[in-house]
Design a protein. Structure first.
Length: 215
């Protein structure tokens, strides 16, 4: 740790009078300014929550990476990502490479960290998010892949012998799905599409994104 610098302020008495140390002047309380409320475009008010997911995603991606990252709850993302690995091993992802199987077998159901998921989802910004949104014109459509469709379905029981931590993740994921769902979309001004999962939350936006996959 570096040395701290001391800033010395010299006070000069005006008019040669002595400084009154017994009764220092009262300090005025600091004025706190409340942060501005989140402002959404007026047309958003009449949209369904699914329409808002697509609308907000397009606006955020066109704004900047930070706005895009701000759509996600990375604690939930970290839980679902680990959970999906177990279902991938059970056949959800056909032809899973052996090297990935070995990695997933070492996992015990401990969720990935917020920092890890923030970094990974942030890395998706150019080659998934910006690619899909492009110049805009995004609209919901049916998922194109089997994997994408499964993201919106409840997670069934895990195979016998699965570490117990995964059951906690499964229950959490199913609860979030029951309060949200899958939205798959593409954009006139972009390429290909995406599948995202949202769950309703008590925040200004009304939801958080908890999964994102290429679709």
């Amino acid at each position: 740790m570096g040395k701290r610098s001391l800033i010395v302020v010299l006070l000069a008495a005006c008019g040669g009078g002595a400084m009154n140390t017994k009764h220092p002047p009262a300090l005025k309380p600091k004025q706190t300014v409340a942060p501005p409320a989140v402002q959404f475009p007026p047309e958003r008010a009449s949209m369904s929550i699914r329409q808002r997911v697509v609308f907000d995603f397009e606006l955020a991606v066109k704004k900047n990476k930070e706005a895009y990252v701000g759509l996600f709850d990375f604690s939930s993302v970290g839980q679902i990502e680990v959970l999906l690995h177990r279902y991938d091993m059970a056949g959800r992802l056909p032809n899973l490479p052996d090297d990935l199987k070995q990695i997933y077998l070492k996992e015990d159901g401990t969720p990935y960290s917020v920092e890890r998921e923030r970094r990974n989802v942030g890395n998706f910004y150019p080659f998934l998010a910006q690619r899909t949104v492009g110049t805009g014109g995004c609209y919901e459509r049916e998922p194109r892949t089997k994997y994408g469709k499964l993201l919106g379905q409840q997670y069934p029981d895990l195979p016998a012998g699965t570490p117990p931590k995964y059951e906690i993740l499964r229950k959490n994921a199913n609860e979030w799905l029951s309060k949200g769902g899958l939205v798959s979309f593409e954009c006139d001004g972009g390429e290909f599409g995406l599948a995202v999962v949202y769950t309703e939350r008590n925040n200004p936006r009304g939801y958080d994104l908890i999964t994102i996959y290429d679709d």
